[in-house]
Design a protein around this ligand. Structure first.
Ligand SMILES: Nc1nc2c(c(=O)[nH]1)N[C@H]1C(S)=C(S)[C@@H](COP(=O)(O)OP(=O)(O)OC[C@H]3O[C@@H](n4cnc5c(=O)[nH]c(N)nc54)[C@H](O)[C@@H]3O)O[C@H]1N2
Ligand SMILES: Nc1nc2c(c(=O)[nH]1)N[C@H]1C(S)=C(S)[C@@H](COP(=O)(O)OP(=O)(O)OC[C@H]3O[C@@H](n4cnc5c(=O)[nH]c(N)nc54)[C@H](O)[C@@H]3O)O[C@H]1N2
Ligand code: SF4
Ligand SMILES: [Mo]
Length: 714
């Protein structure tokens, strides 16, 4: 193990390992603190996920402990519109328990919801999920992962039988063909992208193909960029598969021995017209054929995908159509090959494992499955029937139900929905109408501003906890600083609220026994973490499945080609192209897509206050092609309105001649009610995954007249 250079003065020094709290790459850091200040920070050279590397967001974490706007005390309003006042934890816990219990008594358990996050550690999120599903009896427990990974989850389950990628980061070094589809890895998963670029320098044969309507930093580094029309991935994947069939490149022995439903898939592919598919995609058939030829010839075909596939009304089908190609070519369950969904948040994978979505229970169990409910009820020691047999409402529907009055109370944890949800006008109205809004965060946010209860949470190294990164690697974060003032770890808050509500089963004083309870529930499940004892996690990281104490962990799944379906066979799913739910019209002639910037993390509660990161993203803006700007009378650098049927965003116009004509791009980081991108975005959802269509909506664009600017700022 490489030791970190220790500062000369070692008095009061706390030294340890922790994960970066931002993206799902899961970089591990060596950190030293003194008196709750970071005195040393570097990427852990021994960590398999980052091998010492960090991106600027991770490298600039030190100031995070002292940023302004920190929540320091519990606060609550005596009634809905009374002023919010500081309170003690005792009073807050008692009053919150009393108000939650009163609502449950009056309207039933079905009237309360918990909205969690892929940024919560496993122990905390496990307790919140247990409290609501096992004790309160409400399955309205969902997460921002619904806005993010839900389509990938649904696609894995329907094709391979279980959620979670089959692949690992080491596959990067063994692949000769990367397809990056709907992911801007250069900005969103930078350390992984560095590793891919490094491998390509060593292996000139490796080809990197990027499928993205925009010419992103990722696309600029690729050998081939396919600038497809937004939303047309299924047509593209089906065209690749059809060309493979035409070349007789399908892997017959693999298909015969390890899959089902190939016939229907093959029949559909043969009924398609390649020229039509190319036209749908808006790229030449020659380009598609070139890509297909490279993929067919690859020894190891590795595909990476993220929100450009998932955040769509056909998000699940997009992911399925890509997995179909891997099954067609037998490019899965072997080194350097497989579909690799990139998780966005640091514990989005862990949140899925512990059942932090409205249709799930811990260990990838399903609410709808009576045996699964019974197993979990027995384990928790609650009476049969405690877990409601119907899945709860998914994220956006929770807010619709608050708006319609069906739900009365919401507890929002580690999440800033008044910036990150689509169709913000509806979300704002929903939280206005709710009878009780509880928000648990580390910082003041757009969402804490409207809360009845504000619960101050510890962040990052102010607590310990466990997280799973994109390659199923589980890591233990060490506490290396004390939370400020009254802030408390999320697991502590859940356990104390549950106790105040009168429930047994939540008497915890540290994370270790919570972890032990949780890992027992994964025993024998596809995401088995039973072998990951507290001792082993203190010494290093492990990849699931890891069924017993001596098991080394599993870098790659399905190497025996036995999939997680009941019969062990993977399923082809036949998918047809469909346009985004909203198409452009005379009134709304432009298509808006949204996404991220390298320097900012989501709603900017931390990265927006760290000057070296904030300087790179000064003000909210929309990117527009100069030709479209001319048509809509937009001058570069001037204020404009982006408007959809749902709302408007007032931002500055920036020209980008690389954008496809007819499309606009907005980063969604800024949450000011005037300028938030999500005032405009579409909350239409994929019918299978319930993930909303953040990546395409119809808008119009017009300049703000100078007189209006003066008025607005007066
Ligand atoms: N710097 C930074 N990094 C992050 C985050 C962050 O906020 N900031 N967030 C993390 C999280 S939670 C997530 S989920 C990930 C997201 O990571 P990504 O998904 O890589 O990021 P996005 O910018 O949302 O979208 C990716 C790309 O999808 C493209 N796209 C839009 N429509 C389509 C389409 O129809 N087809 C295809 N093929 N592409 C399309 C967009 O042009 C965009 O370049 O990033 C993680 N990493
Ligand atoms: N238009 C558009 N909208 C999008 C997307 C898009 O691509 N386009 N992407 C969507 C996706 S993929 C995602 S994942 C979401 C992300 O959306 P959110 O999760 O709502 O965004 P964050 O800013 O990460 O919010 C996390 C909050 O938790 C707080 N926090 C940090 N650490 C802790 C902790 O340890 N405990 C507690 N209690 N709080 C903590 C932070 O201060 C912050 O307020 O946005 C979605 N919204
Ligand atoms: S790549 Fe992701 S996990 Fe690694 S330092 Fe950057 S933001 Fe953190
Ligand atoms: Mo995400």
């Amino acid at each position: 193990m490489t030791m970190m250079p220790i500062p000369a003065d070692v008095s009061n020094l706390r030294v340890g390992k922790t994960m970066c709290p931002y993206c799902g790459v899961g970089c591990v850091l060596d950190v030293a603190t003194r008196d709750n200040k970071v005195v040393e920070l570097r990427g852990d050279p021994d960590a398999p996920s980052n091998r010492g590397l960090l991106c600027p967001k991770g490298a600039l974490l030190s100031p995070v402990l002292d940023l302004p706007g920190r929540l320091l005390h519990p606060q609550f309003r005596a009634q809905r519109h009374a002023p919010i006042l500081d309170a003690t934890w005792d009073d807050t816990l008692n009053e919150m328990a009393r108000r939650l219990n009163a609502i449950i008594e009056q309207y039933g358990p079905d009237s309360v919801a918990l909205y969690g996050s892929g940024q919560l550690d496993t122990e905390a999120w496990y307790l919140g999920n247990k409290l609501f599903k096992g004790y309160i009896g409400s399955n309205h427990v969902d997460s921002n992962s619904r806005l993010c990974m839900a389509s990938a989850v649904a696609a894995y389950r329907s094709t391979l039988g279980s959620d979670g990628p089959s692949t690992c980061y080491d596959d990067i070094d063994q692949s000769d063909c990367y397809l990056i589809a709907g992911s801007n890895m250069a900005d969103a998963h930078p350390v992984l992208f560095q590793r891919m670029k490094g491998h390509r320098r060593m292996d000139p044969e490796n080809v990197m193909i990027v499928l993205d309507p925009r010419c992103t930093h990722t696309a600029q580094a690729a050998v081939i960029h396919v600038p497809l029309r937004p939303g047309c991935d299924i047509a593209f994947f089906n065209a690749i598969a059809r060309i493979a069939l035409d070349h007789g490149a399908e892997n017959r022995p693999f298909i015969a021995a390890h899959t089902m439903c190939f016939e229907e898939y093959g029949y559909m592919l043969r009924s398609l017209d390649l020229n039509e598919l190319a036209e749908i995609c808006g790229v030449s058939l020659e380009l598609i054929e070139r890509v297909a030829t490279i993929i067919i010839r690859a020894r190891g075909f590795l595909s990476f995908y993220c929100m450009g596939l998932g955040q769509s009304t056909v998000g699940t089908a997009k992911c399925q159509a890509l997995i179909d190609i891997h099954l067609l070519l037998g490019q899965i369950g072997k080194p350097g090959a497989g579909p690799f969904s990139l998780t966005g948040q640091p514990n989005a994978m862990g949140g899925r494992e512990l059942g932090g979505l409205a249709h799930l229970l811990p260990g990838f169990r399903m609410i709808e499955n009576a045996n699964h409910r019974r197993e979990v009820e027995d384990y928790w020691g609650v009476p049969e029937g405690s877990i409601h047999p119907r899945p709860g409402l998914p994220a956006v529907e929770i807010f619709e139900a608050l708006d319609s009055g069906r739900l009365k109370a919401i507890w929002i944890v580690c999440n800033n929905p008044l910036v990150s949800l689509p169709n913000l006008p509806l979300a704002r109205r929903a939280l206005q109408k709710a009878e009780l809004v509880i928000v648990q965060d580390c910082f003041e946010t757009e969402t804490t501003n409207v809360a009845d209860f504000v619960l101050p949470a510890a962040q990052w190294i102010e607590k310990s906890g466990t997280m799973t990164n994109s390659e199923r690697r589980v890591a233990r974060n060490m506490q290396l600083a004390e939370p400020p003032a009254q802030a408390k770890a999320d697991w502590w808050i859940f356990s104390r609220v549950a106790q105040a509500m009168g429930y047994a089963g939540f008497n915890f004083e540290s994370i270790e026994p919570i972890w032990d309870e949780y890992r027992g529930l994964t025993k024998g499940r596809p995401c088995d973490q039973y072998g990951m004892t507290n001792e082993r996690l203190s010494a290093g990281t492990l990849q699931w499945p890891c069924p017993d104490d001596n098991h080394p962990g599993t870098p790659r799944r399905y190497t025996d080609k036995v999939f997680a379906t009941p019969d062990g066979l993977a399923r082809f799913i036949t998918c047809a192209h469909a346009e985004p739910q909203e198409s452009v019209s005379a009134a709304f002639p432009l298509l808006l897509t949204t996404g991220r910037l390298a320097s900012q993390w989501h709603t900017m509660t931390r990265t927006g206050k760290i000057s070296r990161l904030a300087n790179q993203a000064a003000a909210p803006y929309v990117e527009v092609h100069p030709d479209d700007a001319k048509v809509h009378q937009i001058v570069e650098g001037t204020p404009v309105v982006v408007e959809s049927v749902r709302g408007t965003a007032r931002v500055v116009a920036r020209f980008n001649h690389r954008l496809q004509k007819g499309t606009l791009f907005m980063p969604f980081h800024w949450g000011d009610p005037e300028s938030a991108a999500n005032n405009v975005t579409n909350d239409a959802r994929d019918p299978l995954s319930k993930e909303p269509e953040f990546k395409a909506c119809a808008v119009r664009l017009y300049p703000i007249m100078p007189s209006e600017v003066v008025e607005a700022s007066a």
